[in-house]
Design a protein around this ligand. Structure first.
Ligand code: FAD
Length: 373
């Protein structure tokens, strides 16, 4: 389920849902085009697009699900249906954000956009003592951030077991422009510097460290609208505690230019996370299942999430976090209450679509919608 077919004239990529980001990027760039792919090479286009889809092209083209133009779906009764502007439009609407609910999406048709062959990428590593200046500098940069620039700040243990602040950034531009955009981060004096103009299909490798995490992991998304050094420091302290037990744990603050996401009317797709919050991935990873810690890792994760957003508005604190950072191994996001909150004003319409395509609730994973009676 990894085949990719490009309709160059129509600028649509037909992708089987198991195609990995690395494969998507490598294939589309042959035509000077790109899909709205995610940050990590080994994630599939399927679940990523059906639940939202945040990546380096978000500033220019919005979330991946807003770029979904068609889908081939195998329903629970075995019927194979098409969803597009001209067929089963209600299903296409639901798949854009609520896509785990209606059937197995075998193939997605996604918009492709002109893409330059290369982009400027950085990965800078800083010492813990530099955290405050990194936070301040990110906030300064955000005031002038361009639509083609994305930066992610991670707190993580390095290969030597010591904690570091890591800044990964991509400017989808020529080298000179990227260097100018990110110079302020270089001027902070990172202890490790990697920067280069790289082929576009290689930018997904910036997230490769996430691909090979051994042992157990739990994920949750947080949302913030205050990125301030004191709260980031408190979050760091909480992260450092869990890292003693789960050494691959990370916090990743993701700074996308998200105007395009907000411009889309809420009712135009099931995806309802169009608020002006910064996404933070809270991940406890490398859990030894035999350790007593494993029994309360989920509670520790939710506590970490609370601390991350504690200085933000009540709306941000109450947010479930980015839908696709829900934990696939937890049943917390399979309740009606969860889906109702996640989809907000779009939930009632989703219940109608659910009743039409999966009334028996065969597809009950990820963010499960209950059909109208
Ligand atoms: C290492 C890593 C990096 C990530 N990076 C990003 C990122 O950069 N941007 C981002 O937005 N998200 C990211 N995510 C989150 C990611 O979007 C979700 O985990 C997403 O579900 C992955 O898609 P998948 O096809 O691998 O889904 P899977 O993990 O295989 O499935 C998750 C759920 O999605 C549903 N699903 C999957 N495929 C289909 C299908 N074909 N038809 C119907 N339902 C389906 C099912 O309900 C399934 O339970 C990352 C996750 C990981 C683990």
């Amino acid at each position: 389920m990894t085949k990719i077919r490009i309709d160059e004239g129509a600028r649509i990529g037909y992708m089987q849902s198991g195609a990995l980001m690395a494969e998507v990027e490598a294939e589309t760039i042959k035509y000077g085009l790109a899909a709205c792919a995610g940050l990590c090479s080994q994630v599939s286009i399927g679940g990523y697009t059906l639940g939202g889809g945040l990546g380096y092209s978000l500033g220019m083209y919005g979330v991946a699900c807003d770029n979904l133009v068609s889908a081939t779906v195998v329903l629970a009764n075995g019927d194979i249906v098409q969803a597009s502007e001209s067929e089963n439009l209600d299903l296409l609407w639901g798949l854009k954000g609520g896509g785990s609910n209606f059937g197995v999406v075998a193939e997605l048709g996604v918009k492709l956009h002109s893409q330059r062959p290369d982009a400027y990428a950085i990965s800078y590593v800083y010492l813990p003592a530099q955290l405050e200046t990194v936070v301040t500098t990110i906030n300064e940069w955000r005031a002038v951030q361009k639509q083609h620039e994305t930066v992610c700040m991670l707190v993580s243990l390095g290969p030597d077991g010591n904690p570091y602040v890591i800044l990964n950034g991509v400017s989808n531009s020529a080298q000179e422009e990227g260097e100018a955009a990110f110079r302020r981060f270089l001027n902070l004096g990172p202890v490790k510097i990697t920067n280069a103009q790289v082929p576009w299909q290689e930018v997904v490798n910036l997230g490769n460290a996430m691909n090979t995490i051994p042992k157990g992991k739990v994920f949750v998304g947080a949302h913030i609208d205050s990125f301030d050094a004191p709260q980031v420091q408190k979050s760091w302290d909480a992260w450092a505690e869990v890292s003693k037990k789960a050494p691959f744990s990370i916090l990743m603050y993701e700074f996308y230019p998200d105007k395009k996401v907000h411009e889309v009317p809420l009712e135009s797709a099931a995806f309802a996370q169009r608020h002006p919050f910064v996404t933070v991935l809270c991940a406890i990873m490398g859990i030894d299942e035999a350790d007593e810690f494993a029994s309360h890792a989920w509670e520790d994760l939710l506590n970490l999430k609370r601390i991350v957003s504690a200085s933000s508005s009540q709306a941000a604190q109450d947010s479930l976090g980015y839908a696709n950072y829900g934990d696939p191994f937890s049943t917390q996001n399979e309740t009606d209450e969860y889906a109702r909150k996640l989809f907000g004003p779009n939930y009632a319409r989703l219940q109608e679509v659910k009743r039409k395509y999966d009334p028996e609730i065969v597809f009950d994973r990820w963010f499960a919608i209950r059909p109208t009676a």
